[in-house]
Design a protein around this ligand. Structure first.
Ligand SMILES: [Zn+2]
Length: 120
């Protein structure tokens, strides 16, 4: 086999490697970029108190955190700890159970971020 064919063979084998996350060829994988991307927003963190479900329980919802998506779970944990409450992180939003708007705003403002109360 000529050297040129050998080179092509190695190249095509390499390009055939798949990302286990998105199942795209490695060359087309954007998983790492997505994890590091900042959520779309205007740089203002918004904190609101919402009630959801029939029980009408309050949750404190935080959107627009200027951190990579990959770091949101860590921030969710920090805020939950600060409030001594449970919560979830999904779709770029952190939810903490209960009405903790003032406390969460204080924690976020301590980071030097612009924090606004939104909604009710
Ligand atoms: Zn991937």
């Amino acid at each position: 086999m000529p050297m040129s064919d050998l080179g092509r063979l190695v190249y095509s084998t390499d390009a055939g490697r798949m990302c286990p996350e998105c199942r795209q060829p490695a060359a087309r994988c954007r998983c790492r970029e997505a994890a590091q991307a900042l959520p779309a927003g205007d740089g203002v963190v918004r904190v609101s108190r919402q009630t959801k479900g029939r029980g009408g329980k309050a949750v404190t919802v935080v959107t627009g955190l200027p951190v990579p998506v990959a770091e949101l779970p860590e921030w969710g944990k920090k805020l939950k700890t600060a409030c001594g409450s449970g919560g979830t992180v999904k779709d770029g939003t952190i939810e903490v159970q209960g009405d903790h708007v003032p406390r969460i705003m204080a924690v976020l403002q301590a980071q030097g971020w612009t924090v606004k109360r939104s909604g009710g």
